[in-house]
Write a protein that binds this ligand. Structure first.
Ligand SMILES: C[S@@+](CC[C@H](N)C(=O)[O-])C[C@H]1O[C@@H](n2cnc3c(N)ncnc32)[C@H](O)[C@@H]1O
Length: 211
């Protein structure tokens, strides 16, 4: 058993509907990109520490992490989650409704780059988990949206997936994302408003505290 398998083996069984959502998401026929178990567990622990009242998520997918956040926050916490693909957002809306969190979670359909510009400021937590190549562009506005004392959690920051089987265009696209993520990590680690740590959890998670 390697270290990752060992860590995952320590995580207790997920509650419903998260358990079923994870199994649906991992099925090749119904695949959906959701956070790995160890990142989900990190998120849960961070939610208990931060006790956020307003959360912004960029990248809803089928609503797994939004539901996880709703289950691990107080009744009066508001979660806004952004998804650009209408069909995917509709699946999330349905999953959220079935989980009974339709009052707590608002799914906003559209491009995060546009939506973040019209959201009200004052978030306690931003979970950035979509559009890896654009994190660096989102950062200035995301920092405006975050309260002082708020936390930015960025997922997939150590993403690196060079697949030699792919064609040159796809390899170049991935190389560009990796370069942009490195730039992003450099910026958030040296930003005067942030105190950041990078963890080798899942595909890499950065936790940044806004001073
Ligand atoms: C890794 S998945 C999110 C997983 C989800 N947070 C979870 O763990 O359940 C990333 C999602 O972000 C969406 N996305 C990517 N770029 C986006 C953008 N520019 N604006 C809004 N959504 C975007 C994708 O369509 C995808 O569904």
């Amino acid at each position: 058993m390697d270290k990752r398998e060992y860590i995952v083996s320590l995580i207790k069984e997920e509650e419903e509907p998260l358990k079923t959502m994870r199994s649906v998401a991992s099925d090749t026929e119904t695949y959906a990109p959701i956070v790995p178990s160890e990142t989900a567990q990190l998120l849960k622990t961070m939610l208990k520490i931060i006790k956020p009242k307003r959360i912004l998520e960029i990248g809803t997918a089928i609503g797994y992490s939004a539901i996880l956040m709703a289950k691990n926050t107080d009744e009066d916490c508001e979660i806004i989650t952004v998804e650009r693909y209408e069909k995917v957002a509709d699946i999330a809306i349905n999953n959220i409704f079935e989980a009974g969190f339709e009052k707590k979670i608002r799914v906003v359909k559209g491009e995060a780059a546009d939506i973040i510009n019209w959201l009200d400021t004052g978030f306690d937590l931003v979970f950035m988990d979509g559009a890896k190549g654009q994190y660096i562009e989102f950062l200035p506005r995301v920092l405006n949206l975050l309260k002082s004392g708020g936390v930015l959690i960025t997922d997939d920051v150590l993403y690196n997936d060079p697949n030699i089987e792919e064609n040159a265009t796809e390899r170049h696209r991935k190389y560009t994302i990796v370069q942009r993520l490195r730039k992003y990590l450099e910026v958030i680690n040296n930003h005067p408003q942030l105190e950041t740590t990078v963890l080798e959890v899942g595909e890499g998670v950065a936790i940044s505290y806004k001073k």
